[in-house]
Every structure is written in C-alpha cells, then in structure tokens.
Design a protein around this ligand. Structure first.
Ligand SMILES: Nc1nc2c(ncn2[C@@H]2O[C@H](COP(=O)(O)OP(=O)(O)OP(=O)(O)O)[C@@H](O)[C@H]2O)c(=O)[nH]1
Ligand SMILES: [Mg+2]
Length: 397
C-alpha cells in the first residue's frame, strides 16, 4: 500500500468511511468512543472521515460483517461520494474481507491493518521496520491461505486447475521465506541490544508506559531535557528511547516506549515484544494516564491487560494522571437532577486514592503543574530500590 502517499501532504487526503457494529448490551457512548478512536487512527494515517455507518447486531455477520442491506447502503454511498476506503472497527476474517471487497469494489481496511500501516509509516530503526514488516506478513499469510483452500475446494472444476493455485502457492512460499528471514534478522538485533543492555551502568531502570497519546514522550522530555518526538497523533513513538536522568544526585535510566491501544493486533504485540524488553526488565513502571480523555478508565484497563500479557503486571508502579489542565467534569445526564454531572477532578482524586494503594499523582506536563511532587516521589522510589540493590554505591552518601 502507498505508505508514501499517506504522509505526502501535497496529495489529496484519502476519503474514508467507517463501519462499526453496536453489539447487544453495548452502550451507544461506548460505540461512539470506539469509532472516535478509529477516526483518530484514520486521521493519524493521513485520511479524512467522510461518514460513519453503524448497525445494531447481536454479533457481526459471519460472511459480510454487517447485514447485506447495510452493505448495499454503504456501497451506494461509496459510489456517490467518491470514497477511497472503507474501514471496519474490528479485524475482518479472510472470507469477510474477500466478500466485502467484492461487494464494495473499493479498498477495504480493518482496524488491525490500519494500525499496521501507521506503524509502517513511522518505523525508524532497523528493529522497528523489521518488526512491522514481520507483523504485516503474518497478517497477510492466513488471508492467502484461506483464499487458497477456497480455491482448492473447487478443484476439479474445469478451468480451476493450474495457475491460480500455483501462483498463490508460490506467493505463500515466498512470504514464508521472508518471514523466516525477518525473524532471524530480529534475533540478531535482539542479541546486539542485549549486549548493549548488559554493558550499561548499574542503574535502576524506570519505564514510562501507557495508552497512546497520553503524554509519555512529553514527560520523558521534561525529565531528561531531551528531545523525543511528541505530537498529537497516535503512535508518535515506536522505538524505545533510553535516557540517563539525574534527580538531585541520583542517576537512573528512563525509557519511553510505544503506546498501547485497544484491540492491538495480536501478532503486532508478538513482534514488538523485544521493543518492550525495556518494560519487561524495568524496576519501576510509570503508568501515564490522560485524565482529560473521556474514557481514560477503560484505557487504564487496556494498559493493565497488556502489561499482564507482557508479564510485567507485578512490578512496582506509579500512576501519573497527566493533562489535569484539560480535565472537564463530564456531563452525564442533564435530565437527572440528582446526578447531573460526573465527578470533578478533586472528587475523582479522592475516590481513586481511597480505592487504590498504588502511589498516584495528578500533573500537567505541559503546564508544569505538580512536577516537583512527581520528581520527589520518583526520587524516593528509585532511591529505595537503589540502596537495596547497590548498597555499597558511594553515589548516594
Ligand atoms: N493539555 C495537555 N496536553 C498535553 C500534556 N502532556 C502532553 N500533552 C499533549 O498530548 C499529546 C501527546 O503527547 P506525547 O508526549 O506525544 O504522547 P505519547 O504518550 O508519547 O504518545 P505516543 O508516543 O503516540 O504513544 C501532545 O500533543 C502533547 O503536547 C498536558 O499535560 N496537558
Ligand atoms: Mg510518545
């Protein structure tokens, strides 16, 4: 796919239509959240959203995701409005993808390959590039296989023998060869990185983790006075950056890494495992939350789940609620007089502190609010671990 195109602002942005299914028991706000996030992904990839289609269904249709009537409606819109692509909020199965493409006659993407495409456009280092390419090929492979078995089922029919199959078979073989090549390349890079990590000074390691776009890189820049790329797009950071930071007289290593997101394609997590080594090997995690985001509590859960998947859930953690400057008390229901609004920041703070033992802080990285308190807590935590780990270290005394 034309990655170049996405980032070339001189070209007309591609026009997209989003499609989501409202499952039974799902609240309309939830669906809206999911689709808003999908729209942000499209925006990050350089496209513009022209329209959104939703359908209430018990579960997505097995062959066409949405019902045939809805698909017909989308097709009419796509033709009338010169739409370049249709993006589905869930990962489509190989046969769904094929059926929908046949019906709509336009580029069809799902959430997974949209994320993969953004990653591909952002990867800078050899490691990230290799990881993304591997994930893309692994995404592609079953979509070829199924096509192939589909053809095989019809084998015997006149005109169905021969080239069709062998073409796909050889594509498949090529992809498999490429996958094993990429895997061995990654192993080599991993080994080099491991050696690098071993050669590092004996310092406590702290990792910034959190949902994408919460302000991890901004905090990294603030603490290390370095320049890590930060912007209001999803997945601004793909490669892990490690910096030495000194608070008062205490040095430690701080790493900034790729943000997490709901429904992150599984093979992508797999491929990025080694990028996330810094997280897995960290002594302390700083879990950054964008408290101004309307679904920040869901985002906290997604991050905790992903950490569990990485085997990093039991580490010492500090919760940092960032962007307090942008927090607005949510309006819940204007017709309910007893509960016309959600929690104010203060109320949330108190209820959070009451429920959780994890040390928590409320800051604004851009407005520089409560940064001293944050640095102090970080200093205390790092120092506590440092004195246990390196008791004879002269640095501290
Ligand atoms: N209002 C407000 N915006 C902030 C604050 N901290 C960061 N931002 C903005 O949030 C956006 C995302 O910041 P990043 O630091 O790139 O976030 P990240 O978590 O590194 O994002 P990814 O690398 O994409 O996962 C940027 O536009 C920042 O300027 C804050 O305290 N208040
Ligand atoms: Mg970042």
């Amino acid at each position: 796919m034309g990655k170049q195109k996405y980032y070339d602002t001189a070209l007309k942005p591609e026009r997209a239509v989003l499609v989501g299914v409202i499952r039974q028991g799902e609240k309309p706000e939830e669906t809206k959240e999911y689709l808003d996030e999908l729209a942000f992904l499209v925006d990050t990839a350089g496209g513009v959203v022209a329209n959104v289609f939703t359908q209430k269904m018990e579960k997505p249709d097995r062959s066409t995701f949405v019902g045939t009537g809805k698909l017909e409606e989308i097709r009419a819109y796509v033709q009338a409005e010169e739409i370049d692509m249709v993006v589905f909020d869930d990962e489509l199965s190989p046969s769904q993808l094929r059926n929908i493409e046949r019906e709509l006659q336009v580029k069809v993407l799902d959430r997974s390959n949209l994320i993969l495409d953004i990653f591909a456009g952002r990867a800078q280092t050899a490691q990230a590039k290799t990881q993304v390419e591997l994930a893309q090929l692994q995404y592609l492979l079953p979509r070829l296989t199924r096509l192939w078995t589909h053809l095989e089922r019809q084998k015997g029919g006149i005109g169905m023998r021969g080239p069709g199959e062998t073409q796909i078979e050889s594509d498949r073989r090529m992809i498999l060869e490429k996958i094993s090549l990429l895997k061995s390349r990654l192993q080599l890079i991993d080994k080099q990185n491991e050696t690098q990590r071993k050669n590092r000074a004996q310092l406590i390691r702290v990792a910034l983790v959190g949902y994408t776009n919460v302000g991890k890189s901004t905090i990294m820049n603030m603490l290390s006075k370095s320049e890590v790329f930060a912007e209001n797009k999803l997945f601004a950071t793909l490669d892990t950056t490690v910096r030495k930071v000194v608070i008062e007289n205490l040095p430690f290593l701080l790493s900034d890494t790729v943000g997490f997101i709901r429904k992150l394609p599984h093979h992508l997590v797999e491929c990025f495992k080694s990028t996330l080594d810094e997280v897995r090997e960290a002594d302390i995690l700083i879990h950054v939350v964008d408290v101004s985001h309307s679904s920040f509590e869901d985002q906290i859960n997604v991050v905790n789940e992903t950490l569990k998947e990485l085997g990093a859930r039991d580490k010492e953690m500090i919760m940092v609620f960032n962007k307090i400057d942008a927090y607005v008390t949510p309006e819940i229901d204007e017709f309910n007089e007893e509960e016309p609004r959600g929690l104010t920041l203060d109320e949330f703070k108190r209820s959070w502190m009451g429920l959780h033992n994890t040390p928590s802080l409320f800051i604004s990285a851009t407005k520089k609010e409560n940064l001293e308190e944050f640095k102090q807590l970080l200093y205390d935590k790092v120092k506590a671990q440092h004195t246990v780990r390196y008791p004879y270290d002269q640095l501290l005394y």
